[in-house]
Design a protein around this ligand. Structure first.
Ligand code: SF4
Ligand code: SF4
Length: 136
């Protein structure tokens, strides 16, 4: 039976340039679909991808990435914003890697676009009012 999961990979500047991801297909028979790849400040890389294969190959592939120093987190949550709690301070826009949280230049309000959210959860710790939440 096919096993399919969305994961977030975080690479240090040391591991970013290595073709680790392509080895998932070659050595572990996994299909991957890169949904987003971003270089964060300080040259760290963040990649969101969907992996598909057998459950055994999935776990072998993830273990391989971990052994190479890549952080792997499954995406199991939906991110929501509590509109009543948001004070539009803008702190979250500095950490959101995809622009899902962004300032509207006309109203100067912080907007949240769930379509662009990759559930990396960076905004959760940054938000001073805890307006950003993950639901499982
Ligand atoms: S950090 Fe929190 S309160 Fe500030 S704009 Fe973002 S969601 Fe709103
Ligand atoms: S979880 Fe927060 S920081 Fe991450 S992409 Fe979604 S809105 Fe942006």
């Amino acid at each position: 039976m096919e096993y399919r999961k969305k994961i977030v990979l975080r690479f240090s500047s040391r591991t970013w340039d290595k073709p680790l991801v392509y080895r998932l297909a070659r050595e572990f028979n996994l299909q991957f679909n890169i949904l987003k790849a971003i270089i964060l400040p300080r040259q760290e890389g963040l990649m969101v991808m969907e992996l598909a294969g057998t459950e055994e190959d999935y776990h072998r592939g993830v273990e391989y990435l971990l052994s190479k120093g890549v952080s792997v987190e499954p995406i199991e949550s939906d991110i929501m914003r509590d509109e009543e709690q948001c004070v539009h301070c803008g702190a979250c826009t500095a950490v959101c890697p995809t622009g899902a949280l962004h300032v509207d230049r006309e109203s100067m309000e912080v907007l949240f676009d769930p379509e662009r959210c990759v559930a990396c959860e960076l905004c959760l710790k940054t938000c001073p009012t805890r307006a950003m939440r993950a639901s499982f």
